[in-house]
Ligand binder design. Sequence first.
Ligand code: FES
Length: 201
Amino acid sequence: MPYLKKVNINNNDYYYLFHTVRDGDKFRKLSKYIGKEKPDEKELEKLRKDFLKEIHKLPEEKKEEVKKPNVVAILQDLQEEKGFLSREDMIKISKEMGIPGVDISGVATFYSQFRQTKPGKYKISMCTGTACHVKNSGALLSYLEELLGIKAGQTTKDEKITLEFVNCIGACAKAPAMMINNTVYGELDKKKVKKIVESLK
Ligand code: FES
């Protein structure tokens, strides 16, 4: 589903709708200018539907071809907007787009990029890419699991911290590294990891 995002251009805020579509093997983000004012919920619903109509204005016989491969893109948008894929949102998309629920849940469970539970306030992404792996990031991941009392892919009971592992966060020179929300922490060891985790509690 298209999602609303505020974009700052030359110190002015503008609202855009973004929507990801599949283009061959790649994904493309399409955008539509909305204006300087944030639309209310009702307006937003209508703008989203109109945008979808514009994008998918295709002959009837082509619609099925487009819908299925686009499930990944649609779910990417939804996750970007809401942080996870709730059952309710997936049912809503299935109805609105006329895509069978089984296709949607199949895609959502097949790809590890999709999360179906609400993420915590802090998302710790421990890197297990090659550069970090050779510097023992696997042991640090186990240490994080021990400290937090959860396994990778889970969220703490107080919904504060989600732990996951990722494949390279672009900080190989600082391996072993991890990311918490948008902040990168590098050259980690157990002592540093413990201090960082304690600062989140
Ligand atoms: S492999 Fe870990 S940051 Fe690149």
